[in-house]
Structure formats: C-alpha cells, structure tokens
Design a binder for this molecule. Structure first.
Ligand code: COA
Length: 558
C-alpha cells in the first residue's frame, strides 16, 4: 500500500513503524503535521491509500479524513478517548494498558477500531513505557490494522467510551507534607519526559523530571536533604526521592544541580564505589560481576552524555579493566544506550562551542579507552535506543549485541550537518564498506536492530524477552571458553596491525578537525539545530529525505 505517515515529529515510535512497514514493502512517505494546508498538499501529491498517524498532537482535518482512510494510533485501550491517555494511566497506577488503532472521524478517538493490543503496566516513567511497551503494542496493532484494510474484508467496530480531560498541573501537583515516596514517584513518572511536574526548588518555580527512589535518607517532609553528582534528594512524608532533572521557568531541561547552583550548599551524599548499591537510591553508573564478567551499566537521562558523565564513565571503565574479569559488558541504560554528547548541558554553557569541544573530546577519550582495552574482551549490550555518537561508541566494543525492537540512528547530519567523531571513520567503513558508510551518513534514516545486523554494522540481534539474561549467558560463555586467550590475542594483534596502518590518533585528529569547523567555523548550522533541538521547537517543514512525495522526480507508480 502507499502509506503517508503523518506525525508531529519523526520520533522513535514513528521511526520504528516506518521501518517495519518498509520491511513489508509498503510504499512510504512522511509529512510532519505543520498545518492543515500542508497535510492536504501532501495527500494530493502522494495520493496515499492510507494516512497513518502514529504520533499527533492535533486532529486530522476533515478535508483529509473524509477522502482517505486515516488511522490514528491512540496510546490507550479501546474506549479510552482524549489527550493525556498515558499520563492518566501511569498516575492512576493501572495493572494493564494498551494501544488502539482507530479510524479518524469528527469526534476525537471515537472512530471505529481496526486493531488494539494490551500490555501489563510497570512502575516506570511515561516516556519509558512509551518507548518500550507502547511502541511494541503500537507496531503490532498497526501491522494488524494495515493487513486488515488491505485484505478488505474486515469491518471495524465502534467501542463505547468517554473522553477524559487533558491532565493539568493541578492534577499533577505534589503535596510534599502528605504524600509518600511512591505517590510522588507516580506523579513525576506520569509527567516524564513532558511536561514535568510544576513545583518549587530553592524558592524558585520549576518542573521536575527523572525521579528515583531513596532507601535510607530521611528528613522533614519537603526539605532538601542532600546532593549526589547532579541529583538532589528531597524528603517525602514517609521517606525521600531523588530529582535528577529540572526545567526552570523559561529555561531548558537540565541536570538538577546545574539548573540550581544553590544546591552546592546541600550536604554531599557520595557513593563509596562504582559497585551497584544493594538499596534503591540515585546511582547513574553501577558495576556488578558474575562468572568472570564485569557489567557496567550507565543510566544517563535520555542517553545524553555530558563531559563530566563521559569522564566518570571512562574512570569507571578503567577501574573495571583492572578487575580480575575476562569480559566487560557495557550495558548502557534501560531506555537508551547512548545518544552521544549532551546537547542540553552544551546549550546551557557560557560558551557552547567550548563545551561542545570538551564534550566531544571526553566521549572520544571514553571510546578510545574501550578501543585500547587489552585486558578483557568488551561487549556493548544495546538494550535501549542509540543515536549519533552513541551508536559508534557502542561499536568501539569488540562485540555489539542489540535487543530486537531497539531503534538506531547511526548518523550525525540531522544535527546541523555535524561531521561526527567517536572514531566512526575507523569503525564504520570496515563493517559496511566505504560506499555503505557514505550512504548511511547521507540517507540519515533510522535502522532497526535486525537491519543493523544484516548490514554488518552490529554483530547479533537478540530477542527482546530475556535480553539481559541472554547477554549475561553469552558473555559468561565468552569468558569461560577454552579459546579465550586466543581471542584476546587476536584482538590485540588486530589493534596493533590497524595502528601500524593508521594510528587512532590520526583518525581522531581528522574527525576533530571537522568538528572544530562545526563548533567554531563561520557556518552556524550546528548551533541553530542544537538550539531548536533542546528547545523542542516544532518543525516548520519536513526534511526532504523523509517527504519523498516532495522529490521533484517522484511519480505515483503506474
Ligand atoms: N543530548 C541531550 N538530550 C538529548 C540527546 C542529546 N544528545 N538526545 C536525545 N535527547 C533528549 C531529547 O531532547 C528528548 O528530551 P525530552 O525528554 O525533553 O523529550 C529525549 O532525549 C528523547 O529524544 P527524542 O528525540 O524524543 O527521542 P527519539 O527516541 O524519538 O529520537 C534520536 C532519538 C537519537 C533520533 C534523537 O533524540 C536525536 O536526534 N538526538 C540527538 C543526537 C545527536 O545529535 N547527538 C549529538 C551528536 S553525538
């Protein structure tokens, strides 16, 4: 079928649906929902059999849904209608939730249902559920719905229901004197990544994000108790929670201690080591060991890695290489493995150019430490999405095992034509060929986990259920295999041979020369793109590599 994807942005859900439909040979184009007239124009240019809206913030105009069948992906169970569907489900602590694909009509979310899927709920942030359970259910429901409309013999049924109101800040408010930690976490989770919970810190209004439970610290409810790295701990009626990120009025989302320098006067509550703490608390880098394997997890909010985070992770990695293990598994975080340098902390710096330079050097130092590791075999276990430099940082490991369902964006140019570093010029061409590498960078399209393995970019795609158990088993097999010493020798020899042909320092210097131009040169594209990215500015046009119907030489197939 010829399917037009209409979306507020090309987010990970839209990307995943795009790749899944492409894999089934549907003819696809994308238009961002910018204005009704633009949508109408896209429909008349592309003449789709179906308009599919996986992520919309506004209604589709009648001029479109009355002419072409339009499927809406609603993050709610059949009968659930209206905005903030997932927010209400998370805050209301439901046992199960779901996704419904329904046909657009005049009344919002009230059209006939073409497919729906359910999933059990988990205590997690809204954005985490969205990127995991909601995405999986949405893909499954969309594929069923598309098959049904293509088959032509399915009669969709209406489901009775009532619309709920949009969730307002009054519904999200936290009463620190009365609410326990679980209720506070549910409120912040329901508003995370957007819009956050409106609150006050240090007497200033702000929005709270990125909440973690705390097991031991206690104090007067509402009082700020401590800081650890970039997070702040606050007492609830029955315990305490950590706040990792905040957005001050008129500002951007930032690590809490960076947004509030006043937090420097709070007592520090440092962790004694990199070892994973047995009790719940804020710990972004956590190390554990089993069967000769070291596991290094790094739970960085949104997968963004600031200069300080890269330096701390490099220190933890070097420490891990001195442990008596044979394999180190780099686990990343649950939702993201890495999205490269931290564009928000760069934006907030006095000199974004200098901070970009410091950040890219820090992530390169980390990549180089992984590449030069001679004492262990390294595995990147990519269980969460990865983008830009994060995809190549993973490739610095000897093996990359990726979870089925993960979305990858191994290219940089969407960020104002960034050249990119993280040794991608060393790591990518041998895997996919020079032409393949150039095509990946130029086309700027996302990749599914199976696509990354088919291309030879990553090594194995493992099933989503039981991913971490599977990774641990495979890593233990590697560590305890009879030929382990031989494998380590081959790795060392390969590195030495590569170094003799062209030193890592030369790749790094060439990439950084390009990056220096991006950061300090006369073309401000990177700074403009970064500003709009961190400000979450709505798109004003659809990039041409997505809106195929706007190619001058595109024609409706005969
Ligand atoms: N720095 C800071 N924040 C980042 C980030 C980065 N490198 N990458 C993603 N984020 C944030 C987004 O701002 C967004 O924040 P929100 O919680 O306020 O909504 C959140 O992570 C999720 O990003 P989003 O774009 O909605 O996720 P996605 O899964 O739909 O898209 C990417 C994934 C990777 C395509 C997209 O996030 C991206 O292009 N990131 C920038 C990558 C980059 O250019 N890095 C720098 C060069 S190494």
């Amino acid at each position: 079928m010829r399917i037009l994807l209409l979306a507020h942005s090309f987010n990970s859900l839209v990307q995943r649906i795009h790749r899944e439909l492409a894999a089934r040979s549907h003819d696809l184009s994308v238009e961002f929902d910018i204005a009704d007239a633009v949508t109408e124009e896209a429909v008349s240019l592309f003449r789709p059999h179906l308009v599919l809206a996986p992520y919309l913030k506004r209604a589709i105009p009648e001029s479109v849904w009355s002419r072409v069948p339009c499927f809406i992906v609603h993050p709610g169970i059949p009968g659930d209608r209206g905005p903030s569907a997932l927010d209400w489900a998370v805050q209301g602590v439901r046992d199960a939730w779901g996704v419904t694909v329904l046909q657009a009509e005049a009344e919002m979310d009230a059209g006939p249902v073409w497919a729906s899927m359910r999933f059990p709920m988990r205590v997690a942030r809204k954005a985490s559920l969205y990127r995991s359970e909601v995405t999986e259910a949405a893909v499954a429901a969309v594929l069923v719905a598309v098959d049904r409309i293509q088959a032509g013999n399915f009669v969709p049924q209406r489901v009775a229901g009532a619309a709920h109101a949009p969730m307002r800040q009054a519904d999200r408010a936290i009463d620190w004197q009365r609410m326990g930690a679980a209720a506070v976490l549910a409120r912040i989770h329901a508003a995370d990544g957007f819009p956050g919970v409106a609150d006050m810190l240090f007497g200033e209004p702000c929005h709270l994000f990125d909440a973690w439970p705390e097991a031991t610290l206690r104090g007067v409810p509402g009082e700020l108790l401590a800081r650890r790295e970039t997070a702040i701990c606050r007492a609830t009626a029955d315990g305490a929670v950590w706040i990792g990120h905040v957005r001050r009025s008129g500002g951007i989302k930032l690590p809490a201690t960076l947004a509030f320098p006043e937090s420097a006067r709070l007592p520090e509550a440092p962790l004694a080591s990199w070892w994973r703490q047995p009790e719940p608390g804020w710990q972004d880098i956590a190390y554990s060991e089993a069967e000769g394997v070291g596991f290094l997890a790094f739970e960085f909010y949104n997968g963004a890695m600031s200069t300080a985070q890269c330096n701390r992770l490099a220190a933890a990695f070097r420490w891990a290489t001195a442990r008596p293990t044979r394999v180190i598994v780099l686990q990343g975080g649950a939702d993201f493995w890495s999205n490269g340098i931290h564009l928000n902390t760069i934006e907030a710096a006095d000199s974004p150019s200098d901070e970009s330079w410091a950040n890219i050097n820090a992530i390169d130092d980390l990549a180089e430490a992984i590449l030069r590791c001679e004492s262990q075999l390294t595995v990147a276990a990519v269980g969460g999405n990865a983008g830009a430099g994060g995809c190549f940082l993973a490739r610095a490991a000897d093996f990359v095992w990726v979870r089925d369902g993960v979305m990858l964006n191994p290219h940089y140019r969407n960020m104002g034509n960034l050249f990119g570093s993280e040794f991608w010029t060393y790591l990518l061409p041998p895997r996919v060929g020079s032409d393949g590498a150039a095509a990946i960078m130029r086309r700027r399209l996302p990749m599914t986990a199976p696509e990354s393995v088919a291309l030879g970019f990553y090594d194995a795609c493992l099933p989503a259920p039981g991913f971490s158990v599977d990774v641990a088993r495979r890593a233990a097999e590697l560590a305890n295999a009879g030929d382990f010493a031989g494998k380590l020798q081959v790795k060392g020899d390969k590195r030495a041979a590569d170094e003799a042909v062209k030193p890592l320092a030369a790749y790094r210097a060439e990439e950084l020369a390009e990056m220096r131009r991006n950061f300090y040169g006369f073309d401000p594209s990177y700074h403009v793109a970064r500003y709009h990215f961190v400000a979450r500015s709505p798109h004003s046009w659809t990039p041409r590599h997505l809106a195929r119907h706007r190619d001058l030489d595109w024609r409706i197939p005969a």
